[in-house]
Design a binder for this molecule. Structure first.
Ligand code: C2O
Length: 552
């Protein structure tokens, strides 16, 4: 078995974007960070050196971490943070997965700039026959002129929503529609007639995005490192934490610029003031007659691709519905056909009366929080996995996450102000015996339905067996579930004003974080976690913690 070793230094480095020069947190001086590329079955060892005067952790988003929760990364859930000057080596094996994932910091809002691609090459050939000329990571992010840590602090102090970023980016570059950014533009050279694999990653903090390339068809073949039935589309919708691999053939004849525009902009958002802007980059056809102007291309001459409108929920829904597992003999879809337990949880934004020490600038002079079943998740100050594993009695959590909503959450009516009050704060987890087939119905509530919530589950993939608008109907909706080829993912965009039902086989012993991948919602408590107990024998038990595991 191969061991792939990486060294990641977390450090500050000066960067300029949008005419603003600042210190940016990054790995090995790179923004976005280095790509991790490994093969299915590899042992991976990533030595992380914290060279900053604050805590950090890194997370390998979507990597299943079978029995190695110690390497998962969310601060205070599976580990204490790596303190300034210290190191920690994340060790895990990549099994049973292949495709595109991402890695990112999992401490406060550090993932604003600390992220990169995590690519797993398959052991057997791709299930499609195209000759691939090159594989290209396309990573969306956001750029803040301010310090994201301060944006979070201000938000928590005022109870208001966060300031939005100043630009969306493609591979760290905003592109020429933003001020001072002509040189900071992503350009990918392609050859006529060749097919490319685009490994598209949404690492943005706060927004689901539409993406398209002018005149070019994108064929979706994989999401969240699981193959899908291929389908062609002109645009994709991608939520933070999701990855989408597409094939694209360079089969168009370019105009005098030699270029085609690729563009991404948000689908729905609750970030105010909203940054209603578009990041663009270019496909440059090799050997085409090229633009001879001063800047790489005159932005005014560009034809943007046809992206869906910002509120085009119809497109987003249709797109999500087209994603189906490949479900072939070589790549079967192992959706649990029956369940041992159904948990229904609301996912909501809440408003609370203003605590005395705050000036609350949230809705109607109150303070925002967020919750699942009206439980607003509080991160403890020691690691949950460690206290669980060592059976510490001074427990950092309790095992009583409510399995039903505490009160009325009717999407179609009711008073949002009373429905969304009385949030309780705490660290409540769900406990599942090894091997439990659990269904979790994620129900968006009626207050402030402005966007989909991308709910991410650590340590497990899940199957999206159903989704819809309005309230989940226990009697009717399960009858229409897809138990044949539902999409298998690690992050589901729960429709705004609707619900999604996911099924998980809880076969990875450990403590696993579940949260909204819109970063401000996690800060407000839209999170929970579940414990999968050990099964029988060592192969179904959590491995012992590594020697160098940080302590709190
Ligand atoms: Cu990509 Cu818990 O996160």
């Amino acid at each position: 078995q191969t061991i792939r070793r990486f060294q990641f230094n977390v450090e500050w480095k000066q960067v300029t974007r949008l005419c603003t020069t600042k210190q940016l947190l990054m790995v090995n001086g790179q923004y976005p960070g280095p790509t991790i590329a490994v093969h299915e079955g590899d042992n991976v060892e990533i030595k992380v050196k914290n060279r900053i005067a604050q805590n950090t952790t890194l997370h390998w988003h979507g990597v299943r971490q079978l029995r190695t929760g110690w390497a998962d990364g969310p601060a205070y859930v599976t580990q204490c943070p790596i303190r300034g000057g210290q190191s920690y080596t994340y060790k895990f094996t990549v099994t049973g997965q292949r495709g595109t994932l991402l890695w990112h910091a999992h401490y406060a809002w550090q993932r604003a700039s600390v992220y990169g691609a995590f690519i797993i090459y398959p052991r057997i050939p791709y299930p499609f026959s195209h000759q691939i000329q090159a594989e290209i990571p396309i990573i969306f992010g956001e750029w803040w002129n301010a310090d994201p840590a301060e944006v979070e602090n201000t938000m928590m102090l005022t109870g208001a929503g966060p300031d939005s970023s100043n630009a969306y980016t493609i591979n760290g570059l905003p592109g020429p529609l933003y001020p001072c950014s002509n040189q900071d533009t992503f350009i990918q050279t392609v050859e006529y007639g060749k097919t490319y694999m685009l490994r598209i990653i949404n690492a943005a903090l706060a927004d689901e995005l539409f993406f398209a390339i002018a005149k070019h068809t994108l064929t979706v073949v994989e999401v969240d490192a699981v193959y899908t039935k291929p389908f062609a589309t002109t645009s994709i919708m991608i939520a933070p934490g999701q990855t989408t691999t597409v094939l694209m053939t360079a089969n168009q004849v370019p105009d005098f610029t030699g270029m085609f525009v690729m563009a991404a902009r948000p689908y729905l958002t609750s970030v105010f003031p909203f940054n209603n802007s578009t990041t663009i980059g270019f496909l440059r056809y090799k050997n085409a007659r090229t633009w001879k102007g001063k800047s790489p291309v005159d932005p005014s001459s560009l034809k943007l691709p046809n992206l869906p409108e910002m509120e085009d929920t119809a497109f987003a829904t249709k797109f999500s519905d087209k994603i189906k597992s490949l479900a072939s003999p070589q790549h079967p879809c192992n959706v649990p056909k029956t369940i041992d337990k159904r948990v229904i949880t609301t996912i909501s934004l809440n408003i609370q009366d203003c605590p005395e020490n705050k000036t609350c600038l949230g809705y109607k002079g109150k303070s925002f929080f967020a919750s699942m079943n009206n439980q607003s998740f509080v991160r403890p100050s020691i690691s949950i996995l460690e206290s669980y594993y060592k059976n510490l009695t001074t427990s950092s959590f309790s095992s009583d996450f409510p399995e039903k909503p505490p009160n009325y959450f009717d999407y179609t009516g009711g008073d949002p102000l009373t429905q969304n009050m009385n949030t309780k704060f705490g660290t409540k987890l769900l406990v599942l015996p090894y091997g439990t087939n659990v269904e979790i119905v994620l129900q968006d509530t009626s207050f402030l339905n402005l966007e989909n919530h991308p709910i991410h589950v650590h340590g497990h993939n899940f199957f999206i067996v159903g989704s819809g608008f309005g309230n989940f109907n226990k009697a009717k909706d399960p009858k229409r579930y897809n138990l044949v080829d539902p999409p298998e993912r690690n992050t589901v965009a729960v429709p705004s004003g609707g619900w999604a039902a996911i099924r998980i086989k809880a076969d990875n012993p450990g403590v696993w974080f579940v949260h909204c991948h819109l970063e401000q919602h996690t800060s407000w408590g839209l999170a929970t976690g579940f414990i999968v107990q050990n099964g029988q024998g060592p192969s179904q038990s959590i491995l012992p913690p590594p020697q160098d595991l940080p302590s709190c």
